[in-house]
Design a protein around this ligand. Structure first.
Ligand SMILES: Nc1ncnc2c1ncn2[C@@H]1O[C@H](COP(=O)(O)OP(=O)(O)OP(=O)(O)O)[C@@H](O)[C@H]1O
Length: 263
């Protein structure tokens, strides 16, 4: 195909399309993994690749041999490490044969405006429910995941698949509800399940007042990309767990900002 011809290089329409497709792929992949632990893993891999080039250029044979061995299993390691992301990616492609069928695609591909608007709609009932549960000293544990992993929550959860609503959250966590024990999981704009038993953290540096509810919220944020909001039954205080770290005494303004960013 004919294109532009600068003395030293020729750019064809196919080249432009090629570059656009690669840019599109990078942007899409970034959107899929942003705010997840996969970003850190990817960064780790990039550092190793840069190191590999440097070591090779400096002719450091021993280190080069070690990194070479590591890189030879790299592709398999990548598939294992990014298995959840690859699965998600393929699932999304499978589910959405026509782009127009699902507006979420446009959010992923062309910006966050719609997502932001959706966020306000879905975050408000959650904040309102937390306000009311704080007031009534109702203990609650709400976990937010980008994509619901059936395997992770298969054992204990009661599936709900409902629109996010303040009254539903309050009803689930009220003391006499059969589902009040355990966590509610919110994903893909829905209350997906309730009464979920989560892995507990074994961090021994947590404040002594943190019991099982807090430990479960922190535990799930350590092992997955989930964030957790914990309403204490004893004090009404709100805690926010992300990547194994916990913020205590979170105000509702902060909670809104955090959820807007992470959820
Ligand atoms: N593995 C778990 N996964 C999810 N939820 C759990 C788990 N273990 C306990 N919980 C929830 O935590 C509740 C017990 O909370 P506990 O009093 O030990 O927590 P806490 O961190 O001290 O919080 P609070 O300030 O609300 O008392 C249980 O009723 C149950 O709902």
């Amino acid at each position: 195909m004919k294109g532009f011809d600068f003395d030293f290089l020729t750019i064809t329409v196919t080249d432009v399309m090629d570059i656009l497709f690669v840019a599109f792929l990078i942007y899409y992949t970034y959107n899929l993994i942003k705010n997840t632990m996969a970003v850190n893993l990817l960064l780790g891999m990039l550092i190793i690749i840069v190191l590999w080039f440097v070591v090779d250029a400096l002719n450091m044979r021993l280190l080069s041999a070690i990194i070479n061995k590591f890189m030879s299993v790299g592709i398999i390691a990548l598939i294992v490490i990014f298995q959840p992301e690859i699965r998600r990616f393929l699932l999304l492609i499978g589910k959405n044969t026509f782009l127009q069928k699902n507006r979420a695609w446009w959010g992923y591909l062309f910006g966050s405006r719609d997502i932001e608007r959706d966020n306000l709609v879905r975050i408000k009932p959650i904040i309102d429910a937390c306000k009311s549960m704080k007031k009534s000293r109702t203990g609650a544990l709400i976990v937010f995941v980008k994509f619901y992993d059936d395997q992770l929550f298969a054992n204990s959860c009661e599936m709900i698949e409902s629109k996010i609503s303040k009254r539903l959250l309050e009803s689930i966590f009220q003391k006499y509800s059969p589902l009040h024990d355990g966590a509610v999981v919110i994903a893909e704009n829905k209350i997906k399940s309730a009464s979920c038993i989560l892995p507990l953290t074994d961090n021994d540096k947590l404040p002594p007042q943190f019991g099982l509810r807090h430990r479960a919220g922190i535990g799930i944020s350590e092992t997955t990309d989930a964030v957790a909001v914990i309403v204490s039954e004893e004090t009404g205080e709100i805690a926010y767990a992300k990547q194994g770290r916990v913020r205590m005494n979170v105000s509702f303004g902060e909670l809104e900002k955090l959820l807007n960013k992470d959820f």
